[in-house]
Design a protein around this ligand. Sequence first.
Ligand code: IPE
Ligand code: IPE
Ligand code: MG
Ligand code: MG
Ligand code: MG
Length: 359
Amino acid sequence: MTPLTETSRPPGQHLVADIDDGLRKYVDFGPGCPSHLAAAIQHSLLAPGKRLRPLLVLLTARACECPVEQALPAACAVEMIHAYSLIHDDLPAMDDDEIRRGLPTCHVAYGEATAILAADALQPVAFQVLAESQTISDQKRVLLVQRISAACGSLGMTGGQCIDLASEGHRLSEDDLKNMFDMKTGALIHASVMSACDLCDDLSPEQHSAMDNFGRAVGLAFQIRDDILDIEGETDVIGKNAGSDERLKKATWPALFGLEASRQRCDELLGAAIRSLGTFGPRSARRGPRVSRTLPSPDHLPSQVHQSLPPHAGKRRHPDWHTFSVHRCGAVKPGHAADGASDASRESPANSRSPGWYR
Ligand code: IPE
Ligand code: IPE
Ligand code: MG
Ligand code: MG
Ligand code: MG
């Protein structure tokens, strides 16, 4: 593993390589695992995703001055949970999609039964990684297991996916749509940020709350942006079939509010997320913005991911998370931190229904 240094430029570049090394190691099951199953797991997990969630774990850890080595198992665990959720999400019984991360979906490549089993296997591996982590105390291992299991269970991602499927063809209220997004997508993103906080011994209540608001706002913004990309994105750019939501009559933010209002909401949430880090405390001006720079943008796309793109996806770019660019973060003046705090709490999903995974 390359050293986990502070010098990564573009943001996250070295960390993505560390995450990928960790993931590869954890799913090298050896001869005891049926080779077809191992290949299906590796196909989905090691495919070139953006690694948003593990990056959030590592960069939050770094911002909280927790050694990032301690956070690597949690980073890999959330990516495994995410990968399992994508395999299931793409199945014929769910969104019935054939392309993921620029590759055939797991069930297309390996058959439906093996895809189900690959996702089944990824979930316990994630918790095994946490349980066997040598770099953290027993108490913190338990905290992480609680945090991540709550986020992906029936009050979090799985529950949200269930609501998503039941909502096809229906018009939800804003509160219900937001609740669904908080659960199906926001829960794991929030848990990624908060896992790193769990590892940190000396966060003040204000710092904890700032990260909590940041994680919630980013989680909601992320799903709104994903919905926008399903309309505006090109399949060979986003690495999955565009137009899937319309085909399935999904309840989405643009379907309810239109594209322009969705873009605006996304920007507001991201702005609030960034400003919430202004309240992170004395270290925030120096360290907080790094967290908000973790989300990949075309400018900061880790070259390691570029190199791993399959040839047929040569033109592929990752979603344009431009509002998280260095420039945007740089535009948040330190003097605006207090305003930002109130904006953040106004915009934060924390202000409405609070699902069970918000711990
Ligand atoms: C896609 O997540 C599923 C959603 C929750 C919207 P990502 O957009 O993070 O997918 P990868 O990991 O980059 O493939
Ligand atoms: C999926 O949401 C959320 C998950 C928990 C996987 P979507 O169905 O919108 O994700 P994509 O667009 O297929 O990646
Ligand atoms: Mg779905
Ligand atoms: Mg889907
Ligand atoms: Mg989508």
